[in-house]
Ligand binder design. Structure first.
Ligand code: ADP
Length: 349
């Protein structure tokens, strides 16, 4: 009943109760002949108590409320009170308590969300630092081993020296690749990488990537081709440089994770306002339980294979970040032993 009353209504109700109680006592005393008061007197008494008590309640409620509410606002607004409370007044005709209750609820909800967000970020940061140090440890440990072994005398043997220096150099390259990929991820995640959206021909760009990766494909005897019937030219609107990186990462993976003599096919499909670009291989494939994780940072199905192929475990994570920065989607389907298809969309120009 009193849930949504204004402070003014509450003061009036309290005053009315007091006035009625006092009048009832006076009437009772009169009935027993202990007091001689006329009806007029009782009405006057009732009116006076009502008015005096109303103003007294009003004054105390106002001051009490003001102090309490000011305290609440100080806490929830971090000293920035709303204008009403700054002026030192409480608007008594408003349902001030339900307003404050609502604001405190909103504040609590916002705080809970902020806290949850901070928890997530803290967990992410902890995992990220753990992953990075774990990834850097292996090449550093290897380089350390080769250098100390050389210093301990192995460098006297020219053959061993060349071999160890080559291995150390390979590990330095790995370190560099990890740091460069981490830098890219960091730029993408912090939103520092501004997209330079331009129109370009996606078929032309894929042809360029085929040329860039020609040597790697030749090394593994892999054919890089466009799928017949899905080899049309499409003008898309995207950041050319980052889409170049997406295609390099996907096509490079298709070469790395396929047995020698495989085929990588790139195809383009018209989806009204989008173009679907697919990179398919005839490689190892990915088991269903790994599929949801392949875009995760440092996720590798076969760690040693990835490392031997110079992988950082960040390639697909970068690809996903880039596609999402374009507000587009990427997905993968795969059959172990038959091959995988990575497909992403791009906005048509
Ligand atoms: P990496 O540097 O290890 O290649 P990626 O992020 O590019 O890292 O890929 C993550 C993992 O997903 C790889 O280690 C590999 O196990 C798997 N993978 C990626 N592409 C393919 C593919 N085309 N066929 C099979 N497995 C793949």
């Amino acid at each position: 009943m009193f849930k949504n009353q204004t402070p003014g209504q509450l003061s009036l109700f309290a005053a009315f109760t007091s006035a009625a109680s006092i009048s009832a006592v006076v009437i009772g005393l009169s009935l027993f002949g202990l007091l001689a008061v006329s009806i007029k007197g009782i009405l006057l008494l009732f009116g006076m108590v009502l008015v005096i008590d109303y103003y007294a309640n009003y004054y105390f409620v106002r001051h009490y409320l003001y102090r309490k509410i000011k305290l609440i606002y100080k806490v929830i607004h971090r000293h920035k009170m709303s204008g009403e409370f700054n002026s030192g007044k409480v608007e008594m005709s408003r349902q001030i308590l339900s307003d404050v209750e609502r604001e405190v609820d909103e504040w609590a909800e916002k705080n809970a969300k902020e806290y949850e967000e901070m928890e997530k970020l803290a967990t992410y940061r902890r995992r990220f630092i753990g992953d990075v140090s774990h990834e850097l440890k292996t090449p550093i440990f290897n380089i350390q081993g080769f250098i100390y072994t050389l210093l301990d005398g192995a460098m006297e043997d020219p053959e061993v020296r060349t071999q160890y220096l080559n291995r150390a150099a390979k590990n330095v390259d790995r370190l560099q690749a990890i740091v460069e990929d981490l830098e890219t991820i960091n730029k993408l995640e912090s939103g520092q990488m501004a997209l330079d959206l331009r129109e370009f021909d996606i078929f032309e760009l894929a042809s360029e990537v085929f040329s860039d990766l020609e040597m790697r494909a030749k090394d593994r005897n892999t054919r890089l081709i466009f799928k017949e019937g899905a080899d049309k030219h499409f003008q898309v609107r995207a950041d050319k440089e980052s889409i170049h990186q997406v295609l390099v990462n996907l096509i490079h993976n298709s070469i790395k994770y396929s047995p020698e003599g495989g085929t990588t096919k790139v195809s383009f499909y018209d989806m009204e306002s989008y173009v679907l670009v697919e990179v398919s291989d005839s490689g190892l494939g990915i088991a269903a339980e790994h599929l949801p994780h392949v875009f995760d940072r440092f996720y590798r199905i076969d760690k040693s294979r990835s490392r031997d192929a110079g992988g950082t475990g960040l390639g697909l994570s970068i690809v996903k970040h880039i596609i999402e920065a374009h507000k587009q989607t990427i997905n993968v389907r795969s059959t172990p032993g038959q091959g995988s298809t990575f497909g992403f969309t791009l906005e048509k120009a």
